[in-house]
Design a protein around this ligand. Structure first.
Ligand SMILES: Cc1cc2nc3c(=O)[nH]c(=O)nc-3n(C[C@H](O)[C@H](O)[C@H](O)COP(=O)(O)O)c2cc1C
Length: 197
């Protein structure tokens, strides 16, 4: 397969003062450098989804979605694979990330999801484990490799730049290798036959 895979990197944190864009931009750069991915960096804060799930926007009645939902839906639909970058809030992932997942259905179908987390001592792995429970419900599959940045604030230099990315590059490569394998396999599988209901 020579065509580049479309990868949506989703910034899962929308908090004011969030760190989320930093690891998200880093993995987006790693994926571009990897060579086989064309990256779309999706910021849920900019997506501006309605606060409440609206009937007109739900996947069961998708005729006239509102502009933010249609816009984000189109970007998710285009993607062959996802990287979700999540912090850990109270041992789970942020409410806004769940909200974004819940708005969509077929956009996620039969596509792989790589998970990257950050937080305190655990590095956000509890948020990752919760996401592993819910992605199958929208028929997306999470890959085995993941990356975590525990206590990232202890590795900031005098300019506030994170100094831990260089050590993570070999792990990012393995993570992206696996994601590419699944993305290619599932692009072919989706072409061959639709996902059974
Ligand atoms: C409401 C809240 C709850 C948090 N709970 C946890 C937690 O359970 N485990 C953890 O490792 N870090 C926790 N943290 C620390 C965050 O992981 C850390 O602040 C991280 O930078 C948040 O991501 P963000 O800056 O992109 O919003 C919490 C932070 C917030 C704001």
């Amino acid at each position: 397969m020579s065509e580049r895979l479309k990868l949506a990197v989703i910034i899962g944190s929308t908090r004011e003062g969030r760190w989320g864009p930093v690891p998200s931009e880093w993995i987006a750069e790693q994926a571009e450098a990897h060579g086989d991915f064309e990256v779309d960096l999706v910021d849920l804060r900019e997506a501006g989804l309605p606060q409440y799930l609206g009937e007109r926007d739900m996947w069961a009645t998708p005729e006239r979605p509102s502009e933010p939902v249609a816009g984000l839906g189109e970007r998710l639909h285009r993607a062959d694979a996802f990287v979700v970058v999540t912090p850990e809030y109270n041992h789970s992932y942020p409410a806004q990330l769940k909200h974004a997942i819940d708005y969509f259905m077929h956009e996620w179908h039969a596509k792989p999801v790589g998970l990257i987390s950050y937080g305190a001592g655990s590095g956000g792995v509890r948020a990752v484990e919760h996401l592993r429970q819910i992605f199958p419900e929208v028929r997306a599959m999470t890959i085995r490799h993941s990356l975590a940045f525990p206590m990232y604030w202890e590795k900031l230099d005098e300019n506030g730049e994170f100094t831990g990315f260089a050590d993570s590059e070999p792990f990012a490569k393995a993570f992206l290798d696996e994601l590419r394998w699944w993305a290619r396999a599932l692009v072919s599988a989706r072409k061959e036959a639709p996902l059974p209901a």
